[in-house]
Ligand binder design. Structure first.
Ligand code: ZN
Length: 271
């Protein structure tokens, strides 16, 4: 009985895949193989495997390529401005892991840009797989804020009024002490607003992220910025490294949080 059910289920899957079939695409001037593959939600290797003429010769406008159907059941989705994988996964009711499994080209922290095509696995097909789980609704989802410097909890200067060289000034953030080069992670998913040297205001090398609900996070005094403006990042993604650039006395991360640019104490959010 069970075996029979499984066989008809597998046959149904095979028919679905066969019905979906492969698409063809005529190469336009200026197209790149990686661009065509990304728009189709495929890897370059998958496109090459389906088109033997691509092995060892350059892509030419006018060629008709076969774009194989992805072997993941689901629907296609075009990424909109300001969206990221976490938001898309949550809205589709699947885990980030399931979404990444259906779109392996984004594994390893690669940012997803507006206009890219994703395969959204159905919640049912994600649940059928042995390696991914659908998060129960009761857990309340991922942590809203992630401590941006893993392993370093020491705050050398808190939020609020402070005395600096005899002057009183407001410190709109917290200073987290950590060695030069320590990894700095995105506290939340969002979009890169700034990734630049901001020495005029003393921030040094700085990353600023904006998050979908109006929150903004600042990561300052970095030794390296590892994202670029406009890029979408997921919570926990490496965005920079601790340094002492700008107005500092030693290596630390200045972490600032703002709600629509109204500064708030990060510790009230993180703890
Ligand atoms: Zn600071």
């Amino acid at each position: 009985m069970l075996r029979g059910v499984n066989r008809s289920f597998m046959l149904g899957l095979a028919l679905l895949w066969a019905a979906a079939g492969a698409a063809s695409y005529r190469v336009k001037p200026g197209d790149t193989l990686s661009g065509i593959a990304a728009r189709a939600g495929l890897s370059v290797a998958q496109v090459q495997a389906a088109n033997p003429r691509l092995q060892g010769s350059a892509l030419q406008a006018g060629w008709v390529l076969t774009l194989p159907e992805r072997p993941v059941q689901g629907r296609r989705y075009t990424v909109q401005r300001g969206e990221n994988l976490t938001v898309i996964a949550a809205r589709a009711g699947v885990t980030l892991g399931a979404l990444l499994k259906a779109n392996p080209q984004y594994q390893g922290g690669k940012a997803v840009l507006a206009g890219a095509t994703l395969t959204i696995p159905s919640a049912a097909s994600a649940a059928r797989s042995g390696t991914v789980t659908v998060r129960p609704a009761a857990t309340g989802g991922p942590r809203p804020w992630l401590w941006p410097v893993p392993g370093y909890q020491g705050v050398s200067s808190g939020y609020g009024e402070r005395d600096l060289h005899g002057d009183t000034e407001m410190h709109y953030g917290i200073d987290i002490s950590a060695p030069h080069g320590t990894r700095v992670l995105a506290s939340r998913s969002g979009r890169v607003l700034e990734a630049r040297a901001d020495f005029e205001r003393g921030w040094g090398w700085t990353v600023v992220l904006e998050h979908p609900d109006g929150w903004i996070t600042r990561y300052a005094h970095l030794s390296a910025t590892l994202v670029k403006a406009g890029e979408l990042v997921v919570q926990g993604q490496l965005v920079g490294r601790v340094g002492s650039t700008g107005r500092t006395t030693g290596p630390h991360l200045h972490f600032g949080t703002y709600l629509r640019w109204d500064p708030r104490d990060p510790l009230s959010l993180l703890r």
